[in-house]
Design a protein. Structure first.
Length: 488
């Protein structure tokens, strides 16, 4: 695969040859930066907010491993719903494939928690430590004590943020209000404490210290996402035909361009110089696209697997181009064929991924609609397989185990189905609380006349179905096949 510029794609490099990360990443304003922060706001609002919300008196989202229950949007799911989880995971994977076929690692740049947390941690670092230029200046002027104090403050804030992340993560295994109560009372269990501190340490290492190295060397998706795109995929690309030969004569005046994120760039000082160098390309070699890159790469070298498609280099370069009174888009989302989004969307693989995603979502929706929140397990009494009575009838005893995954309590009636001459001895309705379970023994009888007829049968077994039906909601029912054993 080649880049838009015609340069061949770069082989995997474990140490990017150009990196601006020693002094941190420079902040830049622009549409992609705004989109990134909107994604950060949305994902973090969901993460920090959902564990506090409830639905019909139950957590909106909670993973109750102790009772093998997942609470989601007012419904209760158990181990029997693993198929649903598989469907959701498949839909998520297909959405990732679709995004990769459309636009490379765009998921990494805007949604992946690693990018989101790294962005937040970098923002805090820049707020405390200053811009890369200020940090470099401080180092040159020997203000090491001040740098160390700022570094300690940064780490302290990162630690606090990591603990908040770890605590919130742990709250999803009970609920926010419940965990808050127990935290304030000093009654967090050892498992909860371990989960909280473990996740906090994980976040600190991943987002604070390792940052882009996670995306480059640890994430498996980074390794295989390249095969999901092709020459039609729109990836962040540098237009070499327009940009080269780059001319750094404008570096001095343009060094003023990278003001604080979101500020308007100064008026264009570059146009006269550009006219004086008619052979020069549009790139003024200011290096701003490299300084803002969270992956520490130079996109002008062609497509690189480290690029997470965050678009910050586009924001940076557009700002430079506007200041130089040049058309924007020297760096932009483009494919190596130079064709537009219509061509990308028309790809068979894009349509195939979209269709498969739609089918997976429909499958999940259908499974949810058809789901019966009740489990029934029928176990034979192993102590007495078959019990002959004095009147000639024969009894078999079964243990019914009911698990009610509904949010309401129910009384269940036991029924015998497809059982021929077999009869169910009177059994009281079984009361099962919401999200609870209960076991009861029931007896099935073969009357004396039928038992006498069955004597000497080649197969001393009769098939039957045992069913339980909710009295107030007949649609809530389950049945299970089992066997009635005759005495030998
Ligand atoms: S090259 Fe551009 S799009 Fe890619 S990671 Fe760096 S800043 Fe983001
Ligand atoms: S930001 Fe644009 S003009 Fe500046 S070095 Fe990068 S590509 Fe060239």
């Amino acid at each position: 695969m080649t880049s838009l510029s015609g340069l061949p794609a770069q082989p995997i490099q474990f140490h990017p040859p150009v990196s601006s990360l020693r002094w941190g990443v420079r902040a830049i304003g622009g549409r992609f930066n705004r989109a990134r922060w909107a994604s950060v706001g949305l994902t973090q609002a969901l993460f920090f907010g959902l564990c506090w919300l409830s639905w019909n008196g139950r957590p909106l989202l909670s993973f109750d491993f102790a009772h093998q229950r997942v609470h989601l949007l007012g419904a209760i799911y158990g181990p029997q719903d693993l198929l649903l989880l598989a469907g959701l995971l498949m839909a998520g994977a297909l959405a990732l494939f679709l995004a990769s076929a459309l636009s490379g690692r765009v998921f990494c740049g805007f949604v992946c928690p690693q990018s989101v947390y790294t962005g937040v941690f970098l923002g805090v670092e820049q707020w405390v430590m200053g811009t890369p230029g200020q940090r470099r200046q401080r180092a040159r002027s020997g203000q090491h004590l001040q740098s160390a104090a700022r570094q300690a403050l940064t780490w302290g804030l990162w630690g606090g943020m990591s603990l908040a992340l770890g605590w919130t993560f742990t709250a999803y295994f009970s609920s926010g209000p419940d965990l808050a109560r127990r935290t304030l009372a000093g009654a967090m269990g050892p498992v909860e404490l371990g989960a909280c501190l473990g996740y906090a340490l994980f976040a600190f290492l991943q987002a604070g210290l390792l940052r882009e190295k996670v995306c480059q060397h640890m994430c498996p998706y980074a390794r295989f996402q390249g095969v999901m795109g092709n020459e039609h995929t729109q990836v962040v690309s540098y237009d070499q035909r327009r940009g080269e030969p780059r001319a750094n004569v404008l570096r001095a005046p343009l060094s003023r361009l990278a003001g604080p994120a979101g500020q308007a760039a100064p008026a264009a000082p570059a146009a006269p110089a550009a006219q004086a160098l008619p052979a020069a390309g549009a790139c003024v070699d200011c290096g701003l696209c490299v300084q803002v890159c969270p992956a520490g790469i130079d996109i002008r070298q062609g497509a690189q697997y480290e690029c997470i498609s965050c678009g910050l280099c586009i924001d940076a370069c557009d700002r430079v181009m506007l200041s130089a009174r040049q058309p924007t888009g020297l760096i932009r989302f483009a494919n190596s064929l130079g064709t537009g989004w219509r061509d990308t969307l028309a790809q068979a693989r894009v349509r195939g991924h979209a269709l498969a995603l739609l089918l997976a979502l429909l499958g999940v929706g259908w499974t949810v609609a058809q789901r019966v929140p009740l489990q029934l397990e029928v176990l034979r009494d192993r102590a007495v397989l078959s019990r002959p009575n004095r009147d000639g009838s024969v009894d078999n005893v079964y243990r019914l185990h009911l698990q009610n995954y509904d949010v309401r309590a129910h009384a269940f009636t036991v029924q015998l189905r497809e059982a021929g001459p077999l009869q169910l001895l009177p059994t009281a309705p079984i009361d099962v609380p919401a999200s609870g379970e209960r076991s009861v023994a029931v007896t099935v009888r073969l009357p004396a006349a039928a038992a006498a007829e069955a004597q000497g049968a080649s197969t001393p077994v009769l098939p039957l179905q045992l069913a339980v039906v909710a009295e107030q909601a007949p649609a809530l029912q389950r049945q299970q096949a089992t066997r009635f054993l005759l005495p030998r």
